[in-house]
Write a protein that binds this ligand. Sequence first.
Ligand SMILES: [Zn+2]
Length: 306
Amino acid sequence: MNSEQKQAAAEAANLDIAVGFTLPHRSARGRIVRVGPLLDQVLSAHDYPAPIARILSEALTLTALLGATLKDAGGQLTMQAQTESGVIDLMVCDYRGGELRGYVRFDSDRLAEIPVVPTLQALFGKGYLAITFDQAVSGERYQGIVPLEGLSLADAAQNFFAQSEQIPSFVRLAVNDTGHVAGGILVQHLPEGEEGRERLHTRLDHPEWEHVRILAETIKGHELSNHGLALEELLWRLFHDEEEIRVLSTVALTKGCRCNFEHIRGVIGRFSEADRQEMVDEDGFISVDCEFCSRVFPISLSDLGA
Ligand SMILES: [Zn+2]
């Protein structure tokens, strides 16, 4: 390898990954992610205008951060932003086993009327953010919903953790100017040392947490989205004065979707004969589309043995 190839390989190693870490002496834990090629794969299925591509990139980064906190490798995390009156009507992202996917439904006429760099309010109007954790092993399902408020999606996520989960959290998301690389960090205070259990009293101003939050806040957006910078190096920059930074295993992230003919044929196969007759077109096909991938799957009724 020449030096250019070496650099390219090093940069690629800093992309499409999530790294977990803890600060054991501060009862803090976190995740840091950077995505690149997978963003291109998700976005290439659509022809989104820049502001929509940007918010979806942020949302995928946030979904990766939250998904990477799932203990159960088969668990799923779904994030949904829904509005009553926004330019964006629906934004959905989900995470399962390192696989991410997402799409946005929006009104292109109304998008043309708002600023090129729109606020969260301009995009969503009065909306809410719903985050669902599905644990595969225990079958446990938990959903929290908060109003979509604040200046950014990161603010809305912080509100989610404060209001719905009662966990003091810091979230920052960044998308670089080309729109091809995004990064994010999530840091949380878990003084009880246990995750996912009821907390009756939460102190958002706990001195230990104040300290960690102030350090975390020094991270710059361009550092998060600079794939020349290794994530571990970034953690070191933030927390090198701490007694210990424990870096957990790295999770590889990819674009993934569950849509395929077999799966969709199975779903259609469970509909009643009468329902199928209602859905079928004049050529004998039921067309099912995957909004995540912008793909249409024509299922032949005769294939179903109907
Ligand atoms: Zn799909």
